[in-house]
Design a protein around this ligand. Structure first.
Ligand SMILES: [Zn+2]
Length: 79
């Protein structure tokens, strides 16, 4: 498999390509609760990227439990 500069959105069933520094695509980002988005934005502004990564993983976990795409993936038995 060829190496790509992009990675896929961390949310299960989404499959949208995002830049390497991003964890979530814009669509999944907008599904996040405002407090989670605010925490990630604040950590990014402080250049605390280890915290950004941890928050993004938690955000993806949340979306995997709540997003419509993840719901569809679960129904299809991919989860
Ligand atoms: Zn996504």
């Amino acid at each position: 498999m060829a190496r790509r500069r992009h990675q896929l959105c961390a949310v299960r069933g989404c499959g949208t390509a995002v830049e390497a520094w991003q964890h979530l695509c814009g669509r999944c980002w907008r599904l996040l609760p405002a407090d989670q988005r605010a925490a990630i934005v604040a950590a990014r502004q402080e250049r605390a990227f280890h915290i950004v990564s941890r928050l993004a993983i938690r955000a993806a976990d949340w979306l995997n439990a709540h997003s419509p795409q993840a719901e569809a993936a679960r129904r299809q038995g991919e989860a």
